[in-house]
Design a protein around this ligand. Sequence first.
Ligand SMILES: *Cc1c(COP(=O)(O)O)cnc(C)c1O
Length: 367
Amino acid sequence: MGSEELKHIHEAFDTNWISTVGPQINAFENSLSEYTGKAHTAVLSSGTSAIHLALQLLNVKAGDSVICQSFTFAGSAFPVTYQGAKPIFIDSETDTWNMDPDVLEDSILKLKAQSSKLKAIIPVHLYGMPYRINEIHDIALRYGIPVIEDAAEALGSKYHDQPCGSFGDFGVLSFNGNKIITTSGGGALLSDNKVYIERAKYLATQARDDSPHYEHSQIGYNYRMGNINAAIGLGQMEVLDERVQRKREIFKIYKSELASFEDIKFPEEPEGHFSNRWLTTIVTKSFEQRESIRLALEKENIEARPLWKPMHLQPVFKDADYFGGNVAEGLFNRGLCLPSGTAITEQDLGRIIEIIKKVFNRRGRKG
Ligand SMILES: *Cc1c(COP(=O)(O)O)cnc(C)c1O
């Protein structure tokens, strides 16, 4: 937490707005709209619920297909199944590690030939790196498929100076505890379409019709964010830009210390891409090399996790359609997330870097 969250929480307590209505909710929504430039925002209980509501609003139902990025966290794709629809997974390209536009277009042509009902595309800015926005959105437009932009990891990232979360028909944010800012748990759905966001708020509060009693003409959800969480979010917005700066600094420190090892590759920002560097990630030469680094850190009680395991390799999605090669699989096998919390000290960074250097020096320095 920063220093301002408690102030906003106290304001909420003092005025007794503690449920899913209140001035902090409105202010947090306005703050997110202002930051991203998207006209309308609904704050919700999670990023996953935001994706679910976007699919509802696009009328995704049983028998439909939704194109997802395979290399992502499961929360990107799970909501497709809540609607009874089929997720179809697309491989990544090697620069941004996100949805490969060529594979996407190829898959659309093949799926259309089989008369699949393609209702949405959910590309992801993984680890905060903007995906190939021009290419992906051109394809979506050409084939008339709406985009749900999963910016859960990318608040503070930009593409040609435009904030991530503002490119899709819908933008999705997450304020889960591990994200760049947090409300302890929460998410947001953004759109320029006012009707969509009004409907999202209605569905998120159990679809209560306008009536003195409880009247329901549709199925709803309990997906709204609480006002106390929104108060935390308001405080977090004040430190967001500082966090992005610190995350980028952490990336720079790791890179300047480790890039001389030619077996370690850091993902670079293609022209126009500005990443919030939510996590510093590296790719090594082999699974064995990645494991030797991970285990050396673990021995010193330092947690470092492999990159996301692609959805098309997950047991739960073993029957899902997949288009592409083995880019995402290779990243999973050889990649590692390094400790990247903004509260990390220079001393701890130094310790981590020394442990990694030792792994390489043991094997003989190459670079
Ligand atoms: C965290 C995350 C989500 C889901 O957000 P929650 O708030 O945890 O439900 C979706 N997609 C990606 C890429 C994420 O990292």
